[in-house]
Design a protein. Structure first.
Length: 277
């Protein structure tokens, strides 16, 4: 097996089972492959601290793509090694868009290899998707401030977000459509019934992060595993691509082959055969 192939897997719905766990079998296969020289990375929408504890059984020695490409993250050192920045002028416009409609937001600042979290209203502490126990443990600073723009002095603005009612956030989205150099995701969190609005640099995507990672580790072939729309840009970039049976139909139409589902270790079964364990 060539040693300069980079294998990249999405987490939720792909490498993790439906209970959001790495099975002992998958962990064992991945560790044996890594020990044989496989370059394996994850690519996920999760924050770094939303991945660490789920992947603690895997001996990750290749940086991962987290927060949908906003960050590259070193799992060994538990350190962010790069971040795509929202230009400060654009970030100011985003904050004003929320304020115009009577809302504050969370602002994630990257500096010195870690994240600080700023927010403008104590009521946001109820938004446990972002103001979580793991965020409280992992973030370098967590600050409530009446002037979110002051956070810009601390480092790069990497991510801005809020969760609430669909009707209150739709007008904010219309404001965001007029702001250059940003992109955003607006979606329903099926676990709590709230809508999430997440803003990031136009340069932040799994595809762009994968290009950066490919260059960083000097790989000449990319193999991708994914199940959802945010994996399609990586799939387009890949030399080979695979999806679990539970993937969206639109994704399964684009891949090289469909594997077993995430509850039956589809990715690990494939790697076990490919690496002749």
């Amino acid at each position: 097996m060539k040693k300069n192939v980079l294998y990249v897997s999405d987490l939720d719905g792909t490498l993790l089972d439906s209970k959001k766990r790495i099975t002992p079998y998958t962990a064992n296969v991945l560790n044996r492959c890594i020990q044989k020289g496989m370059k394996f990375a994850v690519a996920t929408a999760r924050m770094p601290y939303g991945c660490d504890y789920r992947l603690q059984e895997i001996e990750m020695d290749t940086p991962g793509i987290v927060t949908n490409g906003v960050f590259l993250y070193d799992f060994k050192e538990k350190k962010i090694i790069s971040a795509e920045e929202i230009e400060k002028k654009s970030a100011e416009q985003v904050i004003k868009a929320f304020e115009k409609h009577g809302m504050s937001c969370f602002v994630y600042i990257f500096s010195e290899g870690s994240i600080s979290l700023y927010y403008g209203d104590q009521t946001l502490e109820k938004q446990t998707q972002y103001y979580s126990d793991r965020a409280l443990e992992a973030c370098r600073k967590i600050v409530c401030t009446d002037h979110l723009q002051n956070a810009f002095q601390e480092g790069k603005v990497a991510y801005i977000t809020y969760t609430g009612e669909k009707e209150e956030l739709e007008p904010v989205c219309k404001e965001l459509d007029q702001i250059p150099d940003i992109d955003y995701s607006f979606y329903l969190n099926i676990y709590n019934g709230w809508y999430c609005l997440e803003i990031f640099s136009k340069k932040a995507s799994k595809k762009n992060a994968l290009l950066k990672l490919k260059e960083m580790i000097h790989s000449d072939e990319i193999v991708v595993f994914g199940d959802n729309f945010n994996d399609l840009s990586m799939i387009e970039l890949s030399d080979r691509s695979y999806a679990p049976t539970n993937a969206l139909p639109e994704v399964k139409e684009q891949v090289t082959e469909v594997l077993g589902d995430c509850d039956h270790d589809g990715v690990a079964e494939f790697l076990e055969k490919e690496w002749e364990l």
